[in-house]
Design a protein around this ligand. Structure first.
Ligand code: NAP
Length: 490
């Protein structure tokens, strides 16, 4: 058990979170021969989103060759789009291979962290009262770690079982039950087809129809697997091709969003093929441009909705009663189990941790208009705090792992500075401001601003989550810190 109190020698780096971001940075630190770090993980085991989201049908919608570390390639993914269990196993393999078990402290949710300026140290406290100090604090909590429960009147009255997709209750047998699902996002479209064959009746509450495109998934053949194992460069080649294919899609997201109209036509033809009932099809037809919300992929979602035991309800939900869900038309949909596929508090970033920077400045206060950072990584007034997958680094068109791999060397360069006599690095306010002005301006012209609500924006409508351009341009921006962007205090 690691219990680093302030009396002990401070650590070089404290990392919050053991998902792909925290583990990837730790792996990079290990590759540099460093042992001077610790990962604090709030849950009982490591693994981030792929530990939490183990609902039936959970899988990645980015191809596995691209959704894995370039510096830790895996040549034996069984399918093009790996299921959750396989990705979680990959994460465990990374932990074992890089000897990270001893560097992860589980059940250690950070409650607060403050920057001790004279000492140049972050002082960190966990919910269980343990205290740590470190030269640098890295937030690797991701954007999608806190389940969002809908605020619906009477929700606490419901007498049956209820749970969120990211907290799936495997102990509840859905066989023969009347089940309601609220939400039709990336999670719901994966678990709905899995549970439909088991339930007596499924009522799917859809607030906004999604675009669900065919998923080009298949198992790798034995020949392909043998080829990749014998010639690992073939896996790398496939990864490169996948990267280029996904990156090219960026043109329609933020260069010429009008292009999305062309794709809408082919989507409508696909929907027509999969859903023959015109009334159901009308309900499932989105009324906003393709790409404005995350584009979803599935081959079994629409077919599942055409089953006789499934009802798609697009009436607004008025309230939840003891027996079920009451819609705006006054109808009560009686159910035994209520499943929330309602997503995550994505724009909250480091909340509910209390983070205090220079002069006691609270991060919540600095971000009262919405989270923002310089290159998604540094925040003025919060020296030596580095955020992985931070504000405006999410993507609609490519793999987040690529973005993380752009952030790792940037953060490692900053950490090196701290070993070379710099007490702290604080990004300059005008630099952060100019970066965000440019970024927000670019987003205004993207497909995400073409008339829809999504988790890419906060409640006030500010785009806090997505990166505004190509991933290779982000890599260019993060290739090497420009020290004139920072106050370097010795
Ligand atoms: P989400 O995309 O935010 O979807 C939430 C759904 O719940 C939406 O359909 C939303 O409707 C609905 N909803 C929320 N509050 C509601 C309310 N009060 N009443 C009625 N409906 C309500 O969440 P998610 O499906 O969990 O996915 C979140 C993100 O996680 C994805 O976009 C993706 O980035 C990631 N993810 C990835 C994968 C993968 O394969 N890699 C799989 C799952 C998730 P509105 O659309 O009207 O808001």
């Amino acid at each position: 058990m690691h219990n680093n109190t302030p009396e002990q020698a401070p650590l070089g780096v404290l990392i919050i979170g053991s998902g792909f971001a925290g583990l990837g940075l730790a792996m990079r630190l290990r590759q540099q021969g460093s042992d001077d770090f610790l990962i604090l993980e709030k849950a009982a085991k490591a693994g981030g989103t792929w530990r939490d989201n183990d609902y039936p049908g959970a899988a990645c919608d980015v191809p596995s060759h691209l959704y894995s570390f370039s510096f830790e390639p895996k040549t034996d993914w069984t399918r093009r789009f790996a299921p959750q269990a396989e990705i979680f196993a990959y994460v465990q393999q990374c932990i074992a291979k890089y000897g990270l078990h001893s560097r992860i402290r589980c059940n250690s949710e950070v409650s607060e962290a403050w920057f001790d300026e004279p000492a140049g140290l972050w002082r960190v406290t966990t919910v269980d009262g343990a205290q740590f100090s470190a030269r640098a604090l890295v937030s690797a909590c991701g954007q999608l770690n806190r389940p969002l429960y809908p605020q619906i009147a009477g929700i606490e009255r419901f007498a049956g079982e209820s749970f969120h997709s990211a907290r799936w209750r495997h102990d509840i047998d859905l066989s023969g039950k009347r089940v309601a699902v609220i939400g039709t996002g990336a999670s719901a479209i994966q678990f709905v087809p899995e549970i439909v064959p088991r339930v007596q009746h499924l009522t799917l509450f859809q607030r906004t129809a999604a675009y669900v495109l065919p998923k080009p998934d298949r198992a790798y053949s034995r020949f392909e697997l043998a080829l990749m194992q014998r010639f690992p460069w073939t896996q790398k080649l496939d990864r490169a091709l996948q990267y280029l294919y996904h990156e090219a899609r960026g043109v329609a997201f933020f260069v010429l969003p009008g292009l999305m109209k062309l794709y809408r036509g082919s989507f409508l033809r696909h929907l027509q093929r999969q859903v023959t009932d015109p009334e159901l099809r009308a309900r499932l037809t989105p009324d906003y441009p393709l790409g404005c919300k995350r584009i979803l992929i599935s081959n079994d979602y629409y077919p599942a909705l055409t089953q006789p035991q499934v009802e798609v309800v697009n009436q607004a939900i008025r309230e939840v009663s003891e027996r079920g869900v009451i819609t705006a038309d006054g109808r009560e949909h009686a159910v035994d189990v209520l499943i929330y596929g309602t997503g995550f508090a994505a724009s909250d970033f480091l909340a509910p941790m209390r983070i205090r920077g220079l002069g006691g400045l609270e991060l919540n206060q600095a971000w009262k208009e919405g989270a923002e950072a310089y290159k998604g990584i540094s925040v003025n007034g919060f020296p030596n705090l580095f955020i992985l997958y931070g504000p405006n680094t999410n993507l609609g068109h490519n793999s987040i792992i690529y973005m993380l791999e752009s952030q790792f060397p940037y953060v490692l360069s900053c950490l090196q500075q701290l070993q070379q006599g710099v007490r702290y690095l604080d990004v300059r306010a005008p630099v952060q401001q100019a970066w965000n002005q440019r970024l927000q301006h670019a987003i205004e012209h993207s497909v995400w601003e073409q008339g829809c609500n999504s988790w890419y924006k906060n409640a006030a409508g500010k785009h806090t989550n997505n990166w505004s351009g190509f991933t290779f341009s982000y890599r260019q921006h993060t290739r090497q810190p420009d020290w004139s962007d920072y106050d370097r205090v010795r």
